[in-house]
Write a protein that binds this ligand. Structure first.
Ligand code: ZN
Length: 309
């Protein structure tokens, strides 16, 4: 089975600052430097583990002059990464040294959680997971491998009503309701470590969000291949009365999109072909990659894209 979160895509402020934070402070690997296929004067950065596996991918559209978004219902409230439980203290110390805005470590669903913000104010967290220390970690920046981030822990969606969203997570994406705490209901994919949790935080009457810098644009869920994706699309129509967009070729995966009933934009992305399709694994993220239809515009795009320093 390949279920769970495939990637999370967010909007950020300046590209150079975004790169400095996610690669330089969090130690994620930039696995692809490309452009927004729908707005090619804007970068699209993909950060992930060594190979950019589904379940580790946080991606950004950096807008140099973006105004800040307003978090609200119908949106992702927080994006959380997994670290070994013993690494929480290391990260709290690192955030102090690097001037990263963060809160005192707390506990959620029995696990230690360190909440923090990126330079745009995006809500992030590190969750200490028992057993994550035995998974491979990537030594990067000045972070030892044993402290490194091990992909996504979860996303928390802020919604009016858990029932219809939970129904789709369970019926279409292979999640099951496993726990609740306060106003949050947890959905989880059995046996899936990275990206296997979606928390639904119910906030009836809370204002709806506005997209801008620090907002998550959409959450993508995994489908092994085109056939698995097509089966999910059929279930959405048959059991939930929801239609998706036509399939779009995103070069590294193929995608369909739909708004779930609480308004959160969901995507279904295939695990194939992956990030080594247009450059070798060792060199991921080092040069600007463009889809074939944009190659004729490369010189112009390289002139207009922001300087990364
Ligand atoms: Zn996406």
């Amino acid at each position: 089975m390949s279920n769970g979160i495939h990637h999370v895509t967010a909007i950020s402020g300046p590209a150079r600052r975004n790169l400095g934070f996610y690669a330089g402070i969090l130690g994620l690997r930039l696995v692809k430097k490309t452009v927004n296929f729908d707005d090619p004067g804007t970068y699209h950065f993909y950060y992930g583990d060594e190979a950019g596996h589904p379940g580790t991918l946080l991606t950004f559209f950096p807008w140099e002059t973006a105004s800040k978004g307003q978090v609200g219902t119908g949106e992702t409230f927080e994006t959380a990464f997994r670290v070994p439980a013993a690494a929480i203290g290391y990260w709290a110390q690192r955030f102090v040294e690097k001037g990263v805005a963060h809160e005192t470590p707390a506990r959620r669903f029995g696990e230690p959680v360190l909440s923090f913000r990126d330079p745009d104010g995006m809500r992030l967290a590190l969750v200490g997971v028992a057993g994550a220390e035995s998974e491979p970690g990537r030594e990067a920046a000045d972070i030892p491998a044993e402290m490194a981030i091990r992909g996504f822990h979860s996303v928390t969606l802020l919604i009016e009503d858990a029932q219809p969203t939970g129904g789709i997570l369970a019926d279409v994406f292979g999640f099951a309701e496993t726990a609740s705490e306060g106003t949050t209901v947890r959905y989880q994919v059995a046996g899936e470590g990275q990206g296997g949790i979606v928390d639904l935080r119910v906030a009836p009457g809370f204002p709806r969000g506005n997209l801008g810098a620090a907002s998550v644009h959409h959450v993508a869920f995994r489908a092994a291949d085109d056939a698995a994706q097509a089966a999910m699309v059929e279930r959405l129509v048959a059991n939930h009365g929801l239609r998706t967009t036509r399939q779009k070729d995103r070069a590294y995966f193929r995608s369909v999109y739909f708004h779930e009933p609480n308004g959160v934009l969901f995507e279904i992305a295939t695990d194939v072909p992956g990030f080594a399709v247009d450059e070798p694994l060792a060199g991921l993220g080092q040069s600007l990659k463009l889809p074939a239809f944009l190659e004729p515009r490369r010189a112009t795009l390289e002139r207009v894209l922001p300087d990364l320093g």
